[in-house]
Design a binder for this molecule. Structure first.
Ligand code: ZN
Length: 240
């Protein structure tokens, strides 16, 4: 039985639409959140390619944010993980500043959801041996990178856990079938990459339905992949 995991970065308003689909097909997912950029209420997405507006957009699509007041409603049935307080990343910040931001997001999420939050996704995919060690020593179980690999289980250290592919990978289905030989398929992305285009959302829903109905696959959370990694034992070595 192949284990299938997915995760989504940045906590944009479009996550709510993914959550509806996941609930419909009883699929699992992990959401990598930056609480420091969220506001009390949801910021609704809008299109504007031409204004001087400074807020970040994806090709003119300002993808909004899930509100702090709805965190449990939206994500309560799923896993949440730290993606730093305000998306601070290795190399752009001093390691200590980055580390504090990773911890602040985790603490905030643990308080809100009242459960442990040991997952991490590296903002901008940037990581280093030193910051891996810092997060591992602080109790994080894994750090997701963006370096796609054919066999997730060959990972020599879950602090740089590479997924199989991006959810819009042109060879998604082929990679899914190939991954059956390895026992793990793990995809990732940003829900805002589907904009508000129904054709993208329909494709995503078909993908989720296909996986749910596949008798050779089962949904797991990202953190469940950690013990399947070849280097899972490296965590304890780092803690010594
Ligand atoms: Zn991100």
């Amino acid at each position: 039985m192949m284990k299938v995991a997915q995760c989504w970065d940045d906590g944009t308003a479009t996550d709510a639409r993914v959550v509806e689909i996941l609930r419909k097909y009883k699929a699992k997912a992990t959401f990598n959140l930056c609480p420091g950029v969220m506001e009390e209420k949801r910021i609704v997405p809008f299109w504007n390619s031409f204004s001087e507006e400074k807020s970040w957009s994806n090709k003119g699509f300002h993808c909004g944010r899930i509100g702090i007041n709805e965190l449990i409603d939206v994500y309560g049935d799923f896993q949440v993980a730290s993606h730093c307080w305000k998306h601070e990343s290795v190399g752009r910040e001093a390691n200590e500043v980055f580390f504090q931001a990773a911890m602040d997001a985790r603490k905030f999420l643990e308080d809100i959801f009242q459960r442990e939050c040991r997952g991490f996704a590296w903002p901008n995919g940037a990581h280093s041996p030193e910051t891996e060690r810092m997060l591992s020593n602080a109790g994080f179980r894994y750090g997701r990178t963006v370096e796609n690999v054919n066999d997730v289980t060959l990972c020599d250290d879950p602090m740089h856990l590479a997924p199989t592919c991006h959810f819009m990978d042109g060879n998604f289905l082929q990679k899914y079938q190939d991954a059956k030989k390895t026992g793990v398929f793990y995809f990732w992305g940003h829900t805002y990459e589907m904009f508000e285009y129904d054709m993208f959302w329909k494709r995503y829903e078909e993908m989720i339905k296909f996986i749910t109905e596949d008798t050779e696959a089962e949904w797991v959370d990202v953190i469940d992949l950690v013990p399947l990694c070849k280097g899972a034992g490296n965590i304890s070595k780092k803690n010594i």
